[in-house]
Design a protein around this ligand. Structure first.
Ligand SMILES: [Zn+2]
Ligand SMILES: [Zn+2]
Length: 138
């Protein structure tokens, strides 16, 4: 996916494409690691110096609504965002440098079945994120 298609989707969903929004989109889309809103702000200001933090939050919110980015939970509790993977995927996050990988496949069925039995819930969705050290950091 290119920057243009993200910007088009924002526009189709009622967001005017401004230089500020463009800077936010380009920053998040080009990042191999998850970024907090404040990190997005700092990086995107290098592209558009008049950027405001509120615009960063609003743009991230909209991109998340459109499933273009997804939320990453970090070990220290700050929320961060990364370009979304396609379809159902799981996240792997390096605790040291923040690098994010997506991976397919899990074998959660036995676990969810035993939880359903124990709790009486019908489990419909899950969200899986693993923490560790990437090849460079270990
Ligand atoms: Zn790392
Ligand atoms: Zn899964």
């Amino acid at each position: 996916m290119t920057d243009t298609s993200w910007l088009n989707q924002l526009q189709d969903n009622g967001c005017r494409v401004t230089s500020a929004r463009r800077a936010v989109v380009e920053t998040v889309q080009g990042s191999p690691r998850a970024l907090t809103p404040v990190e997005v702000f700092d990086l995107a200001r290098q592209r558009y110096s008049a950027l405001g933090l509120v615009t960063v939050y609003r743009t991230l919110e909209k991109l998340e609504e459109l499933h273009l980015i997804q939320r990453v939970h970090q070990p220290h509790g700050c929320q961060a965002f990364i370009s979304a993977g396609h379809g159902h995927q799981h996240l792997l996050l390096c605790k040291q440098c923040g690098q994010v990988e997506f991976f397919d496949g899990d074998d959660l069925k036995p676990l969810t079945e035993s939880i359903e039995q124990r709790t009486g819930y019908q489990i419909q969705e899950h969200w899986l994120q693993l923490f560790g050290l990437c090849e460079k950091c270990k």
